[in-house]
Write a protein of this length. Structure first.
Length: 120
């Protein structure tokens, strides 16, 4: 079992607009326990809230699916989509942590295509 943890900032509609790579062993242990208890094969997205003391995280959402942070995770070397497909095809996977810190930002920009001015 492998995991990666981000502290996220949410934008419009709950979309992750910023993700900061963090080292939270408690969350990794929690993810392992949830995956084992559910017999998970593949990806799982666990969202937690940090309690007031700062050391305990309470899961409030568990999604057995890829999440919108997939591209963030892949860029940090955590390619769970490919690994999931490999495991389903009997190939297994290998993960070695590549980054100790980092930040990802999602942004929205406007693009304009095929604009043709009216002739006057």
């Amino acid at each position: 079992m492998s995991s990666i943890t981000f502290r996220r900032k949410l934008g419009l509609g709950g979309l992750s607009v910023e993700a900061v790579l963090v080292d939270e062993p408690f969350i990794g242990h929690l993810a392992s326990k949830i995956a084992a208890a559910t017999g998970l094969i593949g990806s799982i997205n666990i969202q937690t809230r940090r309690m007031a003391d700062g050391n305990i995280f309470i899961p409030f959402e568990i999604n057995p699916r890829l999440s919108s942070t997939h591209l963030f995770r892949k860029r940090f070397g955590f390619n769970d989509l490919l690994w999931w497909l490999n495991v389903l095809n009997g190939k297994g996977y290998y993960y070695e942590k590549q980054y100790k810190s980092g930040r990802a930002v999602r942004y929205v920009s406007e693009c304009y295509f095929d604009m043709e001015k009216l002739q006057k």
